[in-house]
Design a protein. Structure first.
Length: 134
């Protein structure tokens, strides 16, 4: 595997939504779509909204939030691992310039294959809606 391909499939700190302010901005101004498994909220990112500015605005960033009602710590950590892995594998297929937040629906069961499908489908739906609004 070439080093550029290996680097592209990484999940770096620059690809994460980190601060509470960013989470609040996405939840307040973003577009939310859901299916039977996940809820995805997203907002288009502009160079002005970065604190501090990111070098690469073409990357989609993800924030993961798992409520305690989802289950015990083992279940919540499994959700986080599966969501990070789904994002890592599919990040090159996602539209650029998006900040997204993902959380599981209440009562959903973590399953890697279903999470992969759901994350891709919902991210595409949200991006399509954002593009139409712009």
């Amino acid at each position: 595997m070439a080093s550029t391909e290996r680097q592209r499939l990484c999940f770096n700190k620059s690809q994460r939504v980190l601060s509470g302010l960013e989470f609040g901005r996405i939840l307040r101004y973003g577009v939310c779509k859901a299916d039977h498994l996940l809820v995805v909220c997203a907002v288009a990112r502009s160079p002005k909204s970065q604190n501090p500015p990111l070098d690469d605005l073409s990357e989609t960033r993800i924030g993961i939030t798992i409520p305690k009602k989802t289950g015990n710590a083992v279940t919540r950590n499994r959700w986080k691992r599966l969501l990070r892995e789904a994002f890592r594998k599919q990040q090159h297929q996602f539209p650029s310039h998006l900040d997204i937040i993902v959380r599981p629906k209440k009562g959903a069961v973590p399953d890697a294959e279903r999470i992969n499908e759901s994350l891709q489908k919902l991210t595409q739906r949200v991006a399509k809606y954002i593009d139409r609004r712009s």
